[in-house]
Design a protein around this ligand. Sequence first.
Ligand SMILES: Nc1ncnc2c1ncn2[C@@H]1O[C@H](COP(=O)(O)OP(=O)(O)OP(=O)(O)O)[C@@H](O)[C@H]1O
Length: 268
Amino acid sequence: MTVHSTAQASAAPALSTRDLTVRFGGHVAVNAVTADFYPGTLTVIVGPNGAGKTTYFNLVSGQLPATSGRVLVKGQDLTRAGAARRTRMGIGRAFQLTNLFPNLTVMENVRLAVQSRAGLGLKLFSVWSSHHEPIARAEHYLERVGLVKRRDAWVRTLSHGDQRKLEVAILLALEPEIMMFDEPTAGMSVDEVPVVLDLIHAVKAERNKTVLLVEHKMDVVRALADRIVVLHNGTLVADGKPQEVMQSKIVQEAYLGTPEPAPDAAHA
Ligand SMILES: Nc1ncnc2c1ncn2[C@@H]1O[C@H](COP(=O)(O)OP(=O)(O)OP(=O)(O)O)[C@@H](O)[C@H]1O
């Protein structure tokens, strides 16, 4: 069963995949996935373990070459482009932790992202007048993620949760049009989760970004999703508004757990 949304039919997609497929030997991990992602829409990709969610992200961000099919950004075919070119074209991805420079400070990491975005290159040492502005901007992003007090800490000394917040700061500083978050709250302590969810809410509220999120926690999905895409065995099996997808029987039973009782059922 597939639930299709028509909500964005009039807007041009920022990101599209067409029959996107990758095989590992005889195993088809992502199987002919066709989807469009629109500015101002936060799409959550769900599915059981091994469904192909992270592999799909890898195909979109360029970490993995497709066996067949296409990846398009604003209509431009980037299927054969590497990750660096896709980043320049506006695809930004957080939570790989590989984006961080562990032997630089928190501030230096964000400053490099700001400079990169401004086309100033990745020079840490430059005359004061030319790096005052990037520092001010980097401070702004550190404030947004609640890391300003840790600005002079070495990244390698940060907790896992703080490293993830730093990844968000870097992603925000790069200002990509398409933002991809892979399980943003995984491994975070309970008190760290709201900071990152509030940030994703804030990005969503700006209504100009195309946001893709892989998420297992259904309370997070419910809180954030404008649209849900469900993958199963590498295949897209449902795609639509949250209520439509969550209420569809196959999705309820297979991927989202049993239906919640109706409010009056508790009194029955
Ligand atoms: N590089 C690889 N080589 C071989 N098989 C792979 C590779 N990467 C992923 N797979 C397989 O592809 C399938 C999809 O994996 P993927 O990690 O994308 O699933 P997922 O939906 O993100 O799962 P999870 O929710 O557990 O993270 C799995 O069967 C996995 O073992």
